[in-house]
Design a protein around this ligand. Structure first.
Ligand code: HEM
Length: 448
């Protein structure tokens, strides 16, 4: 854009309450979903705030969200905005790879979610769910936040790295994974290379994880002819344009990136779905009826039978409206943008909030009310739990299949009720992936 064109443009309005140096970091850190809603309420469609020196423009409303989601990486870069993931996924992996390599790596990641693999994954997930509930007995109380974290870690490792690895799942692996998770706190989005113990632990864990996954890769390369059906097999078979295979570092990075994309997002949604089923009796009864009709006569839970469960799907969609796991999506502005007469200058960050979008009263009247019969808005990009445009969630179908497999198995067998006062089941709005604040205790009772 020429200098004279830039000079005619307005600047985005700035959000009040900025502190010298840190800007809005403190308020952001306490409860960033609410902070983003305040930005939108105060400034409207565009709202600029300061994240410790990084000027960030929140874009709100379907039109602005569409512009954000559809603009290509060359202008709005995810790689530059998500640099915090580089030490976790690894050097040269996804957001640290040159654009053509990143494209191939993402394609290989998506290949691991194709039809044949999905059929295999649905069998794995059903078995994991059966094993999980096998020891429950007739009645009991569990912290389902914890339970679903464990269940989805088991399904993720099983689908990604195969049965052998899953059944040898060690405390060491859990600790390594946990160290990587800790390395992705809000501070990592400011500078992921600060001298901090959590970052040192993250780097050691990444190194050790590559040794472990490298060991499985070497074993598999030494034994040909075995079909695994898991994601690792797809990652090992994938090639770049010149025919070369991904190396151990890149394969490890794809495994980690897929775990990070799918684990907390799925476990948080499962926990909220169960909690809302316990809270929303009339809707839960409708879902139960549907499941009894579909699976009541002992019909097996398979990839095909999981495809069409409309009431359960609608219920989960309403859960994802109120509790979207990824609240904040970000990009770095590479070239100046003229957004309807306002300049969003190169170097700034732009962001959208799924949490705020799903509470926009123009599209979701009485937004805090759970309503599984709520019509979906006709306007595109108003409901965006999985993002949209060219980088819409690649695991959308996997996530829905897994959630349906879990609840198709659980609900016809058990009823659930909240153990603690209703108002204590709240979103934890301090973490980067939204989940209920723990513990999330529910009582289960076998249906007669
Ligand atoms: C309820 C569960 C999930 C939700 C709400 C969710 C949400 C999202 C969102 C909002 C994005 C877009 C991020 C952006 O534009 O910056 C995304 C991207 C992505 N998700 Fe998910 N996700 C879920 C589960 C999964 C699962 C289970 C997997 C893998 C098995 C997965 C894999 C991915 C991948 C690979 C991308 C990047 C796609 C690309 O860059 O082209 N997600 N997800």
């Amino acid at each position: 854009m020429s200098e004279s064109a830039v000079a005619t443009l307005k600047l985005p309005p700035r959000v009040s309450g900025e502190k010298p140096g840190a800007g809005h970091m403190e308020e952001f850190g306490v409860n960033f979903a609410r902070f983003l809603m305040r930005c939108n309420a105060e400034c409207g469609e565009l709202a600029e705030f300061n994240m410790g020196g990084q000027q960030t423009v929140l874009m709100s409303g379907p039109q602005a969200q569409e512009a954000f989601l559809k603009t290509l990486d060359l202008k709005l870069s995810r790689a530059a905005a998500y640099q915090a993931t580089v030490p976790v996924f690894g050097r040269g992996v996804i957001f640290d790879a040159p654009p053509d390599k990143m494209k191939t790596q993402l394609k290989i990641q998506v290949d691991a979610l194709r039809y044949q693999n999905m059929v295999h994954y649905s069998t794995i997930i059903s078995k994991e769910v059966e094993d999980w509930i096998a020891g429950w007995g007739d009645e009991g109380v569990l912290d389902f936040l914890d339970e679903f974290l464990r269940l989805t870690l088991n399904t993720a490792t099983h689908c990604l790295l195969g049965a052998d690895f899953r059944y040898k799942l060690t405390d060491e692996f859990r600790e390594l994974y946990h160290a990587l998770e800790k390395g992705l706190q809000a501070i990592a989005f400011v500078d992921p290379y600060l001298q901090q113990p959590i970052f040192a632990a993250r780097d050691k864990a990444r190194e050790r994880l590559q040794e472990i996954i490298g060991g499985i890769i070497a074993e598999r390369r030494a034994t040909s002819g075995v079909e695994y059906g898991d994601a690792l097999e797809t990652f090992m078979a994938g090639t770049y344009a010149d025919g070369s295979y991904l190396d151990d570092n890149e394969i490890t990075g794809l495994v980690i990136a897929t775990m990070f994309a799918g684990h907390h997002t799925s476990s948080g949604t499962a926990t909220w779905t169960l909690t809302e089923l316990a809270r929303q009796k009339p809707y839960a009864d409708e879902v139960l009826q549907e499941l009894q009709q579909l699976f009541g006569d002992g019909a097996p839970i398979t990839f095909e039978s999981l495809r069409e469960i409309p009431r359960l799907e609608r219920f989960i969609e309403e859960v994802l409206r109120l509790h979207p796991p990824l609240i904040l999506l970000m990009r770095r502005v590479i070239e100046d943008i003229d957004y309807n007469g306002t300049l969003i200058a190169a170097g700034k960050t732009v962001a959208i909030s799924t949490f705020g979008s799903h509470r926009n009263t123009d599209y979701f009247p009485d937004p805090e009310r759970f309503d599984a019969h709520r019509p979906k808005p006709d306007t595109l990009f108003a409901y965006i739990p999985f993002g949209g445009g060219p980088h819409k969630c690649a695991g959308n179908a996997f996530a829905m299949m897994q959630l349906k497999a879990i609840f198709a198995a659980l609900l016809p067998r058990y009823e659930f009720e909240l153990v603690d006062p209703d108002e204590t089941y709240q979103d934890d709005l301090s973490a980067m992936v939204l989940t209920p604040s723990g513990p999330c205790r529910l009582r289960y009772r076998k249906r007669r």
